[in-house]
Ligand binder design. Structure first.
Ligand code: NAP
Length: 438
């Protein structure tokens, strides 16, 4: 069988891996918009969470299997269409994630100084799309909206010291901007309470171990027990979070130069400022039946930037039915149409950790292998012909390995790598390597 997977993040690679096991004689082509593979492992996972990124090693083993071929620097929707791929391959799997930020839907969110998490995290992680974001971190206060793991990642990266970040792959331009910024206080705004917050306990505990930043928690916002309709597992997670928040609330907040404030029970209602962000108007909330309800009490928080970490949306591709409300491809257990599938966040929305994508890949691989084995699709021969005809410069997996090696070689002492910030820089570096070799 000839199978194309669009996207080389965790969901794409777990699908490729499952297919190498279930259909060992197939040809599996992974098509990626950037020269660099691994999606959110490279561009989303926080730069100070290097152990989480180790899963890329197993993806590399998959990429090096004889059935698998990587086509980097090829954008579906620009260089070729989903319909063309469906004509070339027995199965096409969308593994394109959820690259866009959800909107806040409040007045003023278009002001300079308001950023979505996809853009902000992409900026500090060296995603070429966000190289030029130049976030306005020119005041003491920054507000991060959301109480999920992405919000906590952003808050932590903003307040860690250069010493703490030295062993990470935070990109150099972001490190310089963050180090030079006068930011001392990051407010993490949750529209519900500590029990409903979505961050996991490991991430929460990290906030109590920062070199020069204290966590500010109002003990008056912490309930004595977890009440509500939760599974045993969820209840345990929430009890652990409450315990950690109590410990954080008891710590000395004057011992450190910076602070992350856990601001529960507040929902954003308006970004205000003349031309750019000067502050955020917030409504006090309570939680009723698990939902955030406004109380009609408002307050203003002055800040230089607002970063909305409130979840992501998928991308609509021509020829793929799309659910605008959920921001996902319309699918039934991963099947969109005959020979067309979806895995990961484009299938089920932007929730879950890296490993959540593994069963997704297997679910779809199991369906693909039941398809008609007598098909005569031409697969990669046709793909390469079309891309040659369109004069597209391909980046192979060996090319990516060269880029990765160069990034490691040019890294400062202690840092795992120094990422190239643009696609041009990557391609130029590859050209220079080629010239040296010839
Ligand atoms: P998330 O966990 O769904 O959190 C989104 C947060 O935004 C929630 O607190 C939500 O509040 C809030 N929110 C949504 N709409 C809002 C609005 N209009 N106004 C104010 N607040 C709003 O999403 P995420 O943080 O983007 O993370 C995505 C997934 O990646 C999650 O499953 C996460 O666990 C995972 N992830 C894991 C790690 C890790 O393991 N270290 C790191 C990063 C991401 P409500 O709860 O009230 O809706």
């Amino acid at each position: 069988m000839k199978i194309a997977i669009i996207g080389s993040g965790p969901s794409g690679f777990y699908t490729a891996e499952a297919l190498t096991k279930r259909a060992p004689d197939s040809e599996i082509d992974i098509i990626e918009r950037l020269p660099t593979p691994y999606g959110l492992i490279r561009g989303g996972v926080a730069p100070d969470h290097q152990t989480t990124k180790r899963v890329a090693r197993s993806f590399e083993r998959t990429a090096l299997k004889p059935q698998v071929r990587y086509y980097g620097n090829v954008e579906v929707g620009r260089d070729l269409s989903v319909a063309e791929l469906r004509a070339m391959y027995d199965a096409v799997v969308l593994a394109i994630g959820a690259p866009f930020d959800r909107e806040l839907g409040i007045p003023g969110e278009d002001k300079a100084g308001v950023y979505g998490a996809a853009a902000f995290v992409g900026w500090y992680n060296g995603h070429p799309d966000f190289r030029d974001l130049s976030p306005r971190l020119d005041g003491a206060n920054v507000v991060v909206i959301g109480n999920g793991n992405v919000a906590i990642d952003i808050a932590r990266v903003l307040v860690k010291t250069p010493y703490e970040m030295a062993t990470t792959d935070l990109v150099d331009y972001a490190a310089a901007t963050i180090d030079a910024a006068p930011v001392t206080d990051v407010y993490m705004l949750g529209r519900r309470g500590p029990v409903e917050a979505k961050f996991t306990n490991v991430e929460l505990r990290e906030m109590g171990r920062l070199e020069d930043c204290a966590a500010v928690v109002d003990p008056g916002q912490l309930p004595d027990t977890v009440t509500g309709d939760f599974s045993d597992r969820d209840r345990r997670v929430r009890e652990r979070n409450l315990k950690t928040l109590r410990e954080l609330a008891a710590a000395d907040i004057n011992a450190k130069r910076k602070r992350v404030h856990f601001a529960f029970y507040g929902r954003p209602v308006e970004v205000f400022g003349e031309g750019r962000v000067e502050g955020l108007r917030i409504e006090r909330t309570t939680v009723k039946d698990g939902r955030s309800v406004g109380t009609g009490v408002f307050w203003d928080l002055k800040c230089c930037a607002v970063i909305a970490a409130i979840g992501y949306r998928g991308e609509r591709l021509d020829g793929v039915p799309f659910d605008e409300k959920q921001g996902v491809a319309v699918n039934q257990d991963g099947r969109i149409d005959e020979g067309l599938y979806a895995v990961g966040w484009i299938r089920r929305g932007p929730v879950g950790v890296i490993g959540t994508n593994k069963p997704d890949g297997d679910l779809v691989a199991a369906q693909i292998v039941t398809a008609d084995p007598t098909s005569q699709k031409r697969g990669r021969i046709e793909l390469e012909r079309v891309l040659r005809e369109r004069d597209r410069r391909l980046v192979s997996f060996a090319d990516w390995q060269r880029i990765a090696r160069l990034e490691i070689e040019r890294a400062p002492e202690k840092a795992p790598r120094c990422k190239f910030g643009t696609v041009d820089e990557m391609l130029t570096a590859l050209d220079q390597e080629r010239r040296k070799a010839s």
